[in-house]
Design a protein around this ligand. Structure first.
Ligand code: GAL
Length: 411
């Protein structure tokens, strides 16, 4: 038996495999990951890359599988994780990661990644992952032809949105495509509206647990949601985020609210911006940038550290990040990429990053620890069916009281 275990360990140690774990399986995401893997393979043909992606937007299912593997000490060689609270409060706090500070120093990454991003992957002086995308969550995507048909301008604030939704509903259209399969897209809608209704300081105070969730901006957000939810597609519970985006392409709905991965999805479906679809930031008077950052990390139990380092070094490269983020519809996290080299859609977000308020996304792991996000997902899906504004605010406030205070013994 012991011999067998030793053999298995040796086999793993001598393995030529690099297992890459992510949730990039939807159109757009898949093409982006394929680009990374194929170009890595060209440079390292001797390494066998295993694509261990698990289906499910925002990592809903992938994170469950990943946790089992980490707990049972059978980790992949590298995995996708959101920078910020998700990385820190789940994976660093749980001691599942190996710091990659040496690699950061050796590669000079401190000089090429903005300090805000570095801070999101650093804890007590050590770096734990490498940023590969900067996505924006607060965008509205619309079918150009349909809006034009009714002589409507794309709404850029919640107020304009409710007005446009009302008109389109009266015309017999489905104004807004919604998905609620996997729960998180409802929280996505909520945080986009909240960031538009709250001032940046209020939003930050809310996600830090320093402000009551029974505040007027939370109430206004739920009131707007109530108005919107009255006019969404009835089959939302069976749809994923990209199936809701597809409704816009198929003219089954006029608009949808989703992150910049919808840009990647549309590109994969050969839809052209400003022809087939348009996109605006949905934010209100002082547009903010709701930030989502994907990174890759190295589990502490990985045997194949050398391969993981090669992967991280490869995906940090300027030319790779530039091309890969374009396929995904995201901005490149490196700051040494010229905006002139980006496509017009991505460029708009890349430039906004430089001069707008940057606020961390809740639902995509930047702002708040996972236990809060999961509870918020559940509660907002209850709201979807029950429509109880006062009751929902009461529960959100309790959740914030319990889960948004700093963890004991840390920070
Ligand atoms: C986000 C992730 C994006 C994209 C999206 C939809 O959480 O950061 O890269 O994958 O989910 O799956």
């Amino acid at each position: 038996m012991l011999r067998l275990i030793t053999l298995m360990a040796e086999e793993r140690y001598n393995s030529v495999e690099l297992e890459i774990f992510s949730w990039w399986t939807a159109p757009g995401e898949r093409e982006g990951l394929d680009y990374l893997i194929n170009s890595f393979q060209e440079e390292y043909p001797e390494i066998e890359v295993v694509n261990a992606a698990v289906e499910g937007g925002a990592g809903v299912n992938a994170k469950d599988v990943l946790k089992i593997r980490l707990l049972r000490n059978i980790p992949p060689d590298t995995f996708q994780v959101h920078a910020g609270a998700e990385l820190k409060d789940t994976f660093i706090a749980g001691d599942y990661l190996r710091p990659i500070t040496e690699l950061w120093q050796e590669q000079g990454w401190q000089e090429v990644f903005p300090e805000e991003l570095q801070e999101m992957v650093r804890e007590r002086g050590e770096y734990y992952s490498l940023p590969v995308t900067v996505h924006r969550s607060n965008r509205l995507w619309y079918n150009k032809e349909m809006l034009a048909e009714y002589g409507l301008k794309p709404p850029q604030s919640p107020e304009e949105l409710t007005a446009v939704v009302k008109i389109l509903a009266e015309e017999g259209e489905t104004p807004l495509a919604l998905s609620s399969r996997n729960l998180w897209p409802i929280t996505h809608l909520f945080e986009t509206l909240l960031a538009a209704e709250a001032s940046p300081d209020q939003y930050r105070a809310l996600v830090r647990g320093e402000r009551s969730w029974k505040s007027p901006e939370v109430e206004r957000t739920l009131e707007i949601m109530q108005k919107l939810l009255a006019h969404v597609n009835e089959d939302h519970a069976s749809l994923t985020w990209h199936e809701a985006s597809e409704m816009v392409l198929q003219q089954e709905a006029v608009m949808t609210i989703m992150g910049t991965w919808t840009r990647g999805y549309f590109a994969a479906r050969s839809a052209v911006q400003n022809e087939d679809y348009g996109s605006v930031v949905l934010a209100g008077n002082n547009p903010s940038f709701l930030l989502v950052v994907d990174t890759f990390a190295m589990p502490s139990a990985t045997e194949n550290q050398d391969f993981t380092r090669k992967w991280l070094e490869f995906i940090s490269r300027r030319e790779i990040q530039e091309k890969f983020t374009e396929v995904l519809g995201a901005s490149p996290p490196r700051s040494d990429i010229s905006h002139e080299d980006l496509s017009s859609g991505v460029r708009e977000d890349y430039l906004d990053l430089l001069d707008q308020e940057i606020l961390p996304s809740i639902v995509h792991g930047a702002a708040a620890r996972e236990v809060f996000v999961n509870a918020l997902n559940e509660e907002l899906n209850v709201f979807l069916y029950e429509n109880d504004i006062t009751g929902t605010m009461e529960v959100l406030n309790q959740l914030a009281e319990i889960y948004l205070k700093p963890l004991r013994g840390r920070r």
